[in-house]
Design a protein around this ligand. Sequence first.
Ligand SMILES: Nc1ncnc2c1ncn2[C@@H]1O[C@H](COP(=O)(O)OP(=O)(O)O)[C@@H](O)[C@H]1O
Ligand SMILES: CC(=O)N[C@@H](CCC(=O)OP(=O)(O)O)C(=O)O
Length: 293
Amino acid sequence: MNVEEITAKAKVLLEALPYIQNFRGSTFVVKYGGSFMDDPNPEVRSRVAYDIAFFAACGINTVVVHGGGKAITKAMAESGLEAKFIGGMRVTDEATVNIVRKTLNEVVNPDVCTAITEARGKPKGMPGDEVLLCRKLDHDEEGNPVDLGYVGEVTEVKVKLIKKAIADGLIPVISPVAVDHDGHPHNVNADMAAGRVASALRARRLVYMSDVPGLLKDPNDPKSLISTLKISEVDGLRDSGVISKGMLPKVGGAMRALQDGVHRVHFIDGRLPHSLLLEIFTDKGIGTEIVNS
Ligand SMILES: Nc1ncnc2c1ncn2[C@@H]1O[C@H](COP(=O)(O)OP(=O)(O)O)[C@@H](O)[C@H]1O
Ligand SMILES: CC(=O)N[C@@H](CCC(=O)OP(=O)(O)O)C(=O)O
């Protein structure tokens, strides 16, 4: 390496310093998944795991909530069950909730933990039904009544258990399953679960990773990225239909988290190499951020 190359390399490292100094000791919640988890290139998942291990090594209390919708649909098909969604939520009967729990807790959660371990991070798999309490979800985003079966809305997060794992130097990895007051497992939308975990932990950052560059003005045009959005601008975008489908629970979770004290919520493309590091450790970022003021 010549002097110019050494200087350029050092510059990249030093650019991260103020961010590391600023974020040390803060809590970040990362929604890991869902669509990019199925990317045929295993490198995609691995890179995200490296970014998560990087955060933890910088002293950021990093908590992961993962998805796994596609894996559930595949497991249902193998059992001869057809997946049905209403308003983006899976209709979940008794047989389905058993598949949801098994797939998320016994397949997806260990997979995410393995990826983090391979990046030399120290994950702690936490089945959601051990840390999340819920009641049956009985209304949709607009407040209309719905009955989706065993689909839950998180009412309580066992913060002490999560903080204990963090204090032990571990990265909690939580699946989107919860139990009601009778101990019956429920399926929870992973975006909403991540929002509630971020709220309960009073996280400084909540990051949603998906397979789009961020919030787009035109969902069919990746160049129409909205870089920064104020919370007050969200309703207008929702009413005009700009925010729709899979973005609705993310934005719903984001709004709630911001109202509960989370400082910023980011939406980034999990397929882009190291998008998590770039969004957090550079001035401009590469996705969308929603801020409170
Ligand atoms: N304004 C928008 N900007 C970006 N994506 C949007 C927007 N409105 C709706 N979407 C849809 O939301 C999807 C992301 O949500 P979802 O499919 O649930 O992702 P994941 O499974 O990765 O959590 C995008 O692929 C896109 O189809
Ligand atoms: C109620 C409900 O719909 N739960 C989701 C839980 C998994 C999830 O949200 O995963 P992604 O983030 O990969 O979509 C489901 O059954 O698909």
